[in-house]
Design a protein around this ligand. Structure first.
Ligand SMILES: NC(=O)c1ccc[n+]([C@@H]2O[C@H](COP(=O)([O-])OP(=O)(O)OC[C@H]3O[C@@H](n4cnc5c(N)ncnc54)[C@H](O)[C@@H]3O)[C@@H](O)[C@H]2O)c1
Length: 330
């Protein structure tokens, strides 16, 4: 039974992977149109020092935005800022430390950001880890659930007041949350969110990515109910050649290398749907969507389960120490 619980998530994840690769074999990557300049808008991109986050930060800055790269490596963050600044665009870019594996660090990040008195028009919840060996965050959460989902859940909630003040009826603030096709194979085990009964790194990653979609839909419902000028969308970047795959086991690494070379998207291609969600005039006022290859797509059936969304929200509030005030988020 334990073996089955361990193997099933692996099979589900690889089947989803094969489906995505087939799609990528047969379809071109979405190419971004040129967007109007967006000087004066402020964006936070988590995990913006490398991979798709870097490409997202770089593109938003080229549109004239003031971009804050939020990451857990000072060295990588500073290097990314220097590299982006060399492009001499009109925007501004800077680095601010955050460790999404620590609730204290997330709160400190938000405090530092708020002390600056800046508005916030775009929040890109991009950072993530995948298939890590069993490990816990500073607060005792399973690492993938903690970093990918709970960290962003807390960060978003703590920044909602600033987003709300910065958005207007005809120019909403935007929350973009990077999920993954693996969410289609994800299962939320509400009574064992931390995978203590039977840990599967594959199951934990898929669960964290499904949680992000459930969160996005629930958040959009709450924002709409309160009439806040903020939209929330989830993004699926496809399979992209980044360091995210560093924890694959050795045989899988061997297979991955040629497959990635042939079929994976580049980080810039992978980031295009996040950038589209964050900056496209077409997405003005549009929320509650799952975006894939530059288009609105159906996410998994489970992700639309409103009872599950509400239960997960409630449980997440309890885990990160936020008060769940029903539809009150102000
Ligand atoms: N690469 C893919 O094929 C793929 C597919 C679907 C979804 N995604 C998602 O895209 C997002 C970006 O990943 P990527 O592929 O660019 O990988 P990446 O490894 O290049 O980037 C991940 C970023 O997250 C940051 N990060 C990790 N742990 C953190 C922590 N504790 N606190 C703060 N930041 C932390 C890293 O420093 C890095 O900057 C992730 O959410 C990932 O799950 C990737």
């Amino acid at each position: 039974m334990r073996l089955l619980a361990f193997i099933l998530p692996v099979i589900r994840l690889y089947l989803v992977g094969v489906k995505v690769l087939l799609y990528q074999l047969l379809n071109k990557s979405f190419s971004l149109p040129v967007f109007p300049k967006q000087n004066g808008r402020v964006a936070i991109v988590t995990g913006g020092a490398k991979g798709m986050g870097y490409e997202t930060a770089r593109h938003l800055m080229s549109l004239g935005m003031h971009v804050v790269i939020a990451g857990n490596s000072e060295e990588e963050g500073v290097a990314a800022v220097k590299k982006i600044q060399k492009e001499k665009n009109e925007g501004k870019v800077e680095f601010l430390y955050i460790n999404l594996a620590s609730l204290k660090s997330i709160r400190q990040f938000v405090q530092k950001f708020k002390d600056r008195g800046l508005p916030l028009h775009v929040l890109v919840n991009n950072a993530g880890v995948m298939l890590v060996p069993e490990k816990k965050t500073e607060d005792g959460f399973e690492l993938q659930f903690g970093v990918n989902y709970l960290g962003h859940f807390l960060l978003t909630n703590l920044l909602l007041d600033t987003l709300k003040k910065s958005g207007t009826a005809d120019s909403c603030a935007r929350i973009i949350t990077v999920s993954s096709a693996t969410h289609y194979g994800g299962i939320i085990t509400l009574d064992d969110l931390q995978g203590r009964l039977c840990y599967s790194s594959h199951g934990a990653y898929s669960q964290s990515k499904l949680a992000l979609v459930l969160f996005t839909y629930c958040l959009q419902q709450r924002l709409t109910a309160r009439g806040f000028p903020i939209t929330a969308n989830a993004v699926d970047p496809g399979m992209v050649n980044t360091d995210l795959y560093q924890n694959l086991c050795s045989p899988a690494q061997l297979v991955k290398r040629p497959v990635a070379w042939l079929l994976f998207r580049t980080p810039a291609q992978g980031a295009s749907t996040s950038i589209y969600g964050a900056a496209s005039p077409e997405m003005e006022g549009v929320g509650g969507c799952y975006l894939y290859n530059g288009r609105r797509t159906q996410s998994s059936e489970t992700s639309y389960d409103e009872d599950l969304q509400a239960e997960l929200w409630k449980e997440s509030c309890a885990l990160v120490g936020l008060q769940d005030e029903g539809h009150r988020i102000d």
